[in-house]
Design a protein around this ligand. Structure first.
Ligand code: MG
Ligand code: MG
Length: 257
């Protein structure tokens, strides 16, 4: 069942998502070779709590931490650990927050120092694919138009779209209906209307699309061991248009992107 949101609920969702955006901004200032993903996780938890929120992922289905931290060949759902980032790594940092009864959810893939040109291109194209998807999240379009736009852009550059993991509705629950695949056909699926709030989150692999789940029961990993990128925004269809509720501005203003 899809819960279409009122203006009041959208305002609360915006606050949750801005706290997510600010948390990712804090993390981006601390990413450097030598810092562990667990240390970054602790910084995020403290920042969220200091700002009146609760970590949205901590304890969700038993997830043990605040952030999903996925390095290199890990696609999503990596558990923070003592692993220390090194020059040339990429790190997908996925953050969820619960504030005033509503969830925010957004993710960004960071480069640690200089990464090779192929990986740089993967990051650029995955972020572009996210915005292509968002551009299609307008009243009267269908869910399939979002997935189609993402897939078309990623595959144009020879990258591949993970099929098993998808975006989702979001509100009082972290994961609500509908599912939002990053692949699809135009004019297919749910027709979009005002009040729909969804997280759009392409997971794009440098190599083949196949993934498996790590024996830790969480991390999703590329089968060919090549890197994967992940960018996510929470958006609302409002006044017929897509409005982004999360933001990358706190990351990008600091990192001059
Ligand atoms: Mg997320
Ligand atoms: Mg999500």
């Amino acid at each position: 069942m899809i819960f279409y949101k009122t203006e009041e609920e959208i305002a609360l969702l915006e606050q949750s998502n801005i706290l997510v955006a600010r948390t990712l901004g804090e993390i981006s200032r601390r990413i450097c070779p030598g810092i562990s993903t667990l240390m970054l996780d602790q910084i995020a938890e403290e920042y969220i709590r200091d700002n009146g929120g609760e970590p949205g992922f901590l304890g969700y289905d038993g997830f043990p931490n605040t952030l999903c931290m996925s390095v290199g060949k890990q696609v999503v759902h990596g558990i923070p650990s003592s692993y220390e980032l090194k020059e040339g790594d990429i790190l997908s940092c996925d953050c969820g927050v619960l504030l005033n009864g509503f969830y925010g959810d957004s993710a960004y893939t960071f480069s640690v120092g200089e990464v090779n040109p192929e990986i740089k291109s993967l990051l650029k194209v995955t972020k572009e694919a996210l915005y292509k998807g968002i551009t299609n999240a307008v009243e009267g379009n269908h869910l399939g138009d979002i997935g189609y736009a993402i897939q078309e852009h990623a595959e144009k550059y020879g990258f591949s779209v993970v099929r098993e993991m998808v975006g989702h509705g979001i509100g009082k629950d972290l994961h609500e209906d509908p599912q939002v695949p990053n692949f699809g056909r135009q004019d297919r699926g749910l027709k979009l209307r005002n009040g729909l709030v969804i997280a759009i989150e392409p997971m794009i692999n440098l190599g083949k699309k196949d993934v498996y789940q790590d024996e830790d029961g969480w991390a999703i990993i590329t089968a060919d061991g090549l890197p994967s990128a992940h960018f996510e925004h929470t958006i609302v269809v409002r006044n017929g248009q897509a409005q982004i509720l999360s933001s990358f501005e706190f990351i990008e203003e600091y990192n001059n992107i």
